[in-house]
Design a binder for this molecule. Sequence first.
Ligand code: IDP
Ligand code: MG
Length: 175
Amino acid sequence: MTEATKKLQYTLIIMKPDALVKSLTGNILARFLEARLRIIGAKVVKVSRELVELHYAHLIDEPFFDDLYEYFSGKTYGPDYERVLVFVYEGEDAISKVRRIAGATNPLEADPISIRGAYGRINKKGVMENVIHCSDSEESAKKEICLWVDPDEIIKEIYPTKKVIKNNYEVIEWA
Ligand code: IDP
Ligand code: MG
């Protein structure tokens, strides 16, 4: 792709509980360095059932959804691992660059040197434990960033916002 056609994009990366169990956080951050992107937001989240249902709305009718919830919420690994690390990255063609480094959804089919190929597995219940989530399009990146991150948790106003009054305080929300 030429310089002229490259596009500034935003993408959501989530280090899933298995990334934490396997102590891969530093390693994964290092892998994304090669894409020359910038982190514009980062936080730790304890994942609720409601959040999983919203994030994986396209999978809610799948027979593996309950097992996917157990995995993504960290319940598979116990209370110490009921958390994920959430990052918003920005950069030229960020979405496809991150997906390439992450690898295919199924860790058994992913490039062996991709993150998912190197560190993922399919667990006893058949869930693809693939270490990280990353947005797959600009449309899903916007939906996911607005779901996981409040406007004041990132250093730039990347999408339109609005001011609302809550408990007598003015707060900024995604429009
Ligand atoms: P993606 O994470 O590569 O975007 P999606 O199809 O959006 O892939 O699926 C979300 C997550 O659900 C996957 O990362 C994986 O953990 C799990 N998953 C998806 N399809 C299957 C399946 O057929 N069996 C088991 N787990 C699956
Ligand atoms: Mg997806």
